[in-house]
Design a protein. Structure first.
Length: 271
């Protein structure tokens, strides 16, 4: 896979840290990477020291890289743009994973021509994320290849040609892990209400969500609907529960409303 000859990562929190670990596992030369983060965690300091990654060198020593990855919190972007702008050269590819910051936002504040906007999710921390990616027209085929390589280090990639879809992506996969965690939480509470000890109910709920997710991952040719039908015997216990969840006022309309609310909020944050 194509890798940049020089790479600067701005922001080494959970997402930035997951990306860096993924890059190093893929074989990116540690000597080609510079990390800029004013408050790096102790594990990040240890990782950089152990692998020979430059961490927070003097600004004058940071050359304009082939690729600049932005993994800072979006609310800190405006205040940091003057410092970041010095790192952007005429041929620098900017890869942003900042939620809510559009390509136009980034180009307005940085002297960047080629910008890729990506929306990963938190399972990236274990290499099982999914990232939707949109590129501005100035991004070359070769730069798309570099962005694809870097982002695939944290999981699956889905390219979208219309950046406007990123708000819907944010509502589905970006926020989606929280919906799944809530499912496990509420399933455990329902188990308690049915008479199970709280710790047992939580262990059962967690293991069930983990196992069901693994089934979908290992059997991509089977749709979730097919997998659901496979465990639903007519007139059985699962069918009784699904009759409640799939009622006209059940899970589907509630999830549709939730995703719509998340999409609206993403649009508001995008400006």
């Amino acid at each position: 896979m194509p890798m940049p000859s020089s790479l600067v990562l701005v922001g080494a929190g959970k997402m930035g840290g997951a990306m860096l670990e993924g890059w190093l596992k893929l074989g990116v030369d540690p000597a080609s990477v510079t990390v800029v983060d004013p408050y790096p965690s102790a594990p990040m300091k240890a990782l950089c020291e152990a692998r020979g990654v430059r961490l927070n060198p003097p600004a004058a020593e940071i050359k304009q890289p082939e690729t600049l990855a932005l993994a800072i919190k979006p609310q800190t972007f405006n205040a940091a743009t003057s410092e970041i702008a010095r790192m952007v050269g005429p041929r620098t590819l900017v890869v942003s994973v900042m939620a809510g910051k559009t390509v136009a936002n980034i180009k307005q504040r940085l002297p960047a021509k080629a910008v890729v906007r990506a929306m990963p999710n938190t399972p990236a921390a274990v290499g099982r994320g999914v990232t939707a990616v949109a590129a501005c027209p100035a991004v070359t085929i070769a730069q798309r290849g570099v962005a694809n390589s870097l982002l695939s280090a944290i999981g699956r990639i889905e390219w979208v040609e219309d950046e406007a879809l990123i708000d819907a992506v944010t509502a589905v996969s970006g926020s989606g892990p929280a919906y799944v965690f809530l499912l496990a939480e509420t399933l455990a509470k329902a188990g308690e209400a049915a008479g199970l000890p709280a710790d047992l109910a939580m262990r059962l709920a967690r293991a069930t969500v983990e196992g069901a997710g693994e089934l979908m991952y290992r059997d991509p040719d089977d749709s979730p609907a097919t997998l659901r039908e496979n465990v639903t015997s007519p007139g059985g216990t699962t069918a009784a529960a699904l009759a409640v969840l799939m009622a006209p006022d059940g899970l589907q309309p509630l999830m549709t409303k939730a995703v719509a609310a998340a999409k609206r909020r993403s649009e508001e944050l995008s400006g």
